[in-house]
Design a protein around this ligand. Structure first.
Ligand code: IPE
Ligand code: IPE
Ligand code: MG
Length: 249
């Protein structure tokens, strides 16, 4: 292959891992004079559409930012509604996800969650453990700095116990202690609603991700919007610090 150019005959690759910051539920609702919770409810429908589309498009991994470690600072009523939506999503959709051969993984801090939510998260992971289709990674009570700090703590424990030496602490070592170390880094991160920031999402894993920001509010997101974002991704030249375009995965 000539340097820096992909021959026109090569079909652009579908990203192996797409991560999505599902943002704009509240603004979607406000624009219609509806309560914010209505936006969150419609957001769950957008999520169902997007998971289905991801499977059909042939994406291997999809990570969704469903509740951040910082979202606890919202009013208790909204936090309660978001927790209720997660409970209902798992109760209503888990069987169908399982039937569709989707494997569910959860990242984020489990400690401190309501016991029933903790059990639902374990149930989702256990039931779908053997599935070989799309992997759905749910970032729940997730913050990237917290995840990195947890990993650093585990590395420190290993050093203290003598299992590894100081000098063996490399980026690979730390990476092994992240919440889902076997999941490849996202090739593409999409944020909806027009905001252009990561808000403490996958800071370690996004080192070489392509970022695509779309104006659509999350409840309006659908297969066409996903395909548009993937189209933009496919125009990008990923060099990973080198001079030659490489595919991400
Ligand atoms: C995303 O929508 C959902 C969560 C963060 C849980 P928002 O609730 O952030 O909606 P906006 O940003 O206020 O419009
Ligand atoms: C990020 O959105 C978190 C989720 C999508 C779950 P926020 O709406 O919480 O982010 P900020 O506060 O606008 O940065
Ligand atoms: Mg928001």
């Amino acid at each position: 292959m000539s340097e820096g150019k992909v021959p026109l005959s090569v079909k652009p690759a579908v990203p192996r891992h797409v991560a999505i910051i599902m943002d704009g539920n509240g603004r979607w609702a406000a624009a219609r004079g509806l309560p914010r919770v209505e936006g969150h409810q419609r957001g769950v429908e957008a999520l169902r559409r997007t998971i289905r589309a991801a499977g059909e498009i042939g994406i291997g991994f999809i990570t969704i930012f469903s509740f951040s470690a910082e979202n606890w600072s919202r009013p208790a009523s909204e936090v309660g509604e978001l927790m209720g939506l997660l409970r209902r999503f798992i109760r209503n959709d888990l069987a169908e996800l399982h039937q569709s051969n989707v494997r569910v993984r959860i990242i984020g801090e489990r400690e401190g969650l309501d016991a029933d939510i903790g059990r639902l998260l374990v149930e989702a992971e256990e039931l779908t453990r053997g599935n070989s289709g799309l992997t759905l990674v749910v970032a729940f009570n997730y913050g990237a700095r917290q995840e990195i700090a947890r990993a650093a703590r585990r590395v420190a424990e290993q050093v203290t116990s003598g299992a590894i030496k100081n000098a063996d602490v490399t980026m690979e070592t730390l990476g092994r202690f992240l919440d889902a170390p076997d999941v490849p880094d996202p090739d593409l991160i999409i944020r909806t609603s027009g905001e252009q920031r990561l808000s403490n999402f996958l800071l370690w894993q996004s080192a070489y991700s392509e970022l695509v920001f779309v104006p659509t509010y999350w409840p309006d997101f659908d297969r066409a919007a996903l395909e548009l974002a993937i189209g933009e991704y496919q125009q990008r030249e990923r060099r990973f610090g080198g001079l030659v375009a490489k595919t991400g995965s």
